[in-house]
Write a protein that binds this ligand. Structure first.
Ligand code: DGL
Length: 367
């Protein structure tokens, strides 16, 4: 039996030359492909149902390797470096994980051979992770967070197309300069305004004030907003190297509602010093409002040195200073465009820099 090499040697010389040239060309092409680092953290995109299509499922089960094995052809879009950072439901995200993810992403973004980063993530807190990364990453390269609203085992799973589109976007020079982008359902959202607005709808992510910055498919992104029209990170961002999860200030969110009183705030004030928050974000009704008893409790908190920021549960519009609440008199801060959950993150990082009220308000004005 002739060996493959013997058989190759007997081929007409021209055919061998063409075969070798095409092999070299394919190797060259793969080397020319952009390199994309993918970090997996869990979520529904990695979720499994007991039986395909069942309502109940467990998020954060499948590995990134498994997810990528179901996406043939992705190797023709980019050279992929996968890393399983965690495999959790994103309601369990922590500051430790945010910092670890940010540091790994920063390291890969600093590599000249890396075109961009993709992060697979649960949708429950994806907007918060995107915002945290906006505040601590400084690269112009694309960072694209994506996930899914249906688990990987569902016949209508949206994860595969979201992941393909995220890789194509992270590999695209057109996506530079936007800061972290959130991609689901073919839409691209910047980190500041995007929020999860529905418990189960595929189009859950909306940017109520700003709208999406573009769209994305496995063929790549199309932007409708220019990168330089986006607001830069407030305060020029924060120094990732200087942040220590164990030393980050605690900031609580307190919700206003009908018939609310100051019980929750007073319970926070009764905590031992080491567990008391350094800041409280009010998730206010209307324009960041609350009942007289809750405002009085927040005033007690201020007098005890706790920084108070007024945000709103409404979901759209700005919370501006001195509307129904006299922020100047109370020494409080207006969250402006930030949702309560994003205002909390900015206040945590802002308090690592200053306790000056004017400087803190400037951070929210710039956000
Ligand atoms: N528990 C939710 C989370 O991990 C699942 C939702 C999802 O990932 O879409 O964020």
């Amino acid at each position: 039996m002739n060996s493959p090499l013997t058989r190759l040697a007997r081929l007409p010389l021209a055919f061998t030359a063409v075969l070798c040239a095409s092999l070299l060309a394919s190797v060259a092409r793969s080397d020319e492909l952009p390199r994309v680092a993918i970090f997996a953290t869990g979520g529904t995109i990695a979720g499994v149902q007991a039986t395909p299509g069942a309502a109940a499922y467990k998020p954060g089960v499948l590995t990134l390797d498994h997810l990528l094995s179901k996406l043939p052809g992705l190797e023709k879009v980019a050279r992929l470096d996968g890393e399983q950072i965690a495999n959790i439901a994103s309601q369990d995200i922590t500051a430790e994980l945010w910092l670890h993810l940010a540091r790994r992403a920063a390291e890969r973004l600093a590599d000249p051979d890396v075109a961009g980063v993709v992060i697979t993530h649960g949708t429950d807190t994806m907007e918060e992770t995107a915002w945290f990364l906006r505040l601590v990453l400084r690269s112009e390269k694309p960072v694209v967070l994506t996930g899914a609203m249906l688990p990987a085992t569902d016949p209508a799973a949206d994860g595969p197309v979201n992941l393909r589109s995220a890789v194509a976007t992270a590999a695209s020079p057109a996506a530079r300069g936007y800061g972290p982008l959130l991609l689901l359902n073919g839409e691209l959202h910047s980190a500041r305004d995007v929020r999860k607005t529905a418990t189960e709808a595929i189009d859950t992510f909306q940017s109520p004030n700003d709208g999406p910055v573009g769209s994305a498919t496995p063929a790549g992104p199309v932007f409708t907003v220019s990168a330089n029209s986006l607001r830069p990170a407030p305060g020029d961002g924060f120094d990732l190297a200087a942040l220590d999860a164990a030393k980050l200030p605690r900031v609580a969110i307190v919700s206003a509602h009908g018939d609310v009183d100051g019980t929750v705030v007073d319970a926070l004030l009764a905590l031992p010093a080491e567990r008391r928050p350094a800041g409280i974000v009010l998730s206010g009704v209307g324009n960041g409002n609350a009942s007289a008893p809750l405002l009085a409790a927040l005033e007690r908190a201020s007098r005890e040195g706790i920084i108070v920021v007024r945000s709103a549960r409404a979901g759209r519009g700005l919370v501006n200073r001195n509307m129904e609440v006299d922020d100047d008199k109370l020494g409080w801060i207006a969250a402006r465009a930030l949702s309560p959950q994003k205002a909390r993150i900015l206040l945590v990082l802002g308090l690592t820099r200053t306790r000056d009220l004017a400087e803190l308000q400037r951070l929210f004005d710039e956000a």
